[in-house]
Design a protein around this ligand. Structure first.
Ligand SMILES: [Fe+2]
Ligand SMILES: [Fe+2]
Length: 264
């Protein structure tokens, strides 16, 4: 059994019964899952070995899940050379901001996964819109702006993605309530989502896109400061300022100096 990606126990549904479990439900020959769990743990004598087993199974599972999410994201980004690596950089930057804001390891791990898959709904956007070099016409803009909702509906198909839905659905909300799709405002927007919004915006500004060149770092910071309290949560902007220089040098500058080429 797992809860929020944490492996919390084994459920033994075989072996429940009068001999396996002393509880009244089992004595009455009713199926008793709780008794099964208790029995499994009580009859395996070496508890430390059990704990080791559980943590190994749990971490294998988390690693596999992260690999699956990376694969899903890379499949999306293969369609567009300009945005290749975008979501992985957004994820890295979001984690740095989350760390600065004091998130614990579990919350950071969820933030990393949500940021990685924030644009997964773009899978449902046609190539001619996704890769359009110029500005969108109103109809194209409306279709593009549907990607958070498309992502939400995709995520509903797997319980492994349910806790990421706010980051997928609401990463284009604005702090002042003028964003989309739900016009959430201020703290109605979960903090994780406010972080992804800023990390997403910064990466889009600081790297080359089909419709624009990369903006210099100073210009990006100026634009973000101008939108503090409007598009962005001021506390997230403050945390971002504390970590952005090192991130930019290590990640954005390297990417911009070695951009991917359309060589396929
Ligand atoms: Fe997006
Ligand atoms: Fe994005």
């Amino acid at each position: 059994m797992s809860y929020e990606y944490q492996f919390i126990g084994l459920c033994c549904v075989e072996g429940t019964g009068p001999k396996a479990c002393p509880c009244s439900a089992a004595r009455e020959k009713k199926r008793c899952f709780a008794a099964g769990i208790k029995y499994t743990f009580e009859t395996m004598a070496e508890q430390d070995k059990i704990q080791k087993l559980l943590s190994e199974v749990g971490s294998d599972k988390e690693e596999s899940m992260m690999e699956m999410m990376l694969l899903l994201n890379r499949a999306l980004e293969e369609r567009d050379e300009y945005t290749r690596g975008h979501s992985e950089r957004v994820s890295q930057l979001a984690v740095l901001i989350g760390e600065r804001l004091g998130f614990d390891a579990k919350r950071l791990e969820k933030l990393a996964r949500g940021a990685l898959l924030h644009d997964i709904g773009k899978i449902g956007i046609p190539d001619n819109i996704l890769n359009k070099p110029g500005n969108f016409d109103p109809d194209e803009r409306a279709r593009m702006n549907k990607h958070p909702e498309k992502g939400h509906f995709l995520a509903l198909n797997s319980h492994l993605l349910w806790d990421l839905i706010p980051m997928i659905r609401n990463h284009h909300e604005n702090f002042d309530g003028t964003g989309y799709p739900d016009q959430l405002k201020g703290e109605e927007i979960p903090l994780e989502v406010r972080i992804v919004t800023l990390a997403d915006f910064f990466d889009a500004l600081a790297t080359r896109r089909p419709y624009k060149e990369a903006f210099p770092k100073a210009k990006c910071l100026e634009m973000i400061d101008e939108m503090k309290g409007k598009k962005f949560d001021p506390q997230v902007v403050a945390a971002f300022h504390a970590i952005v220089d090192a991130f930019y040098e290590k990640t954005i500058r390297t990417f911009n100096e070695n951009p991917p080429h359309a060589d396929r």
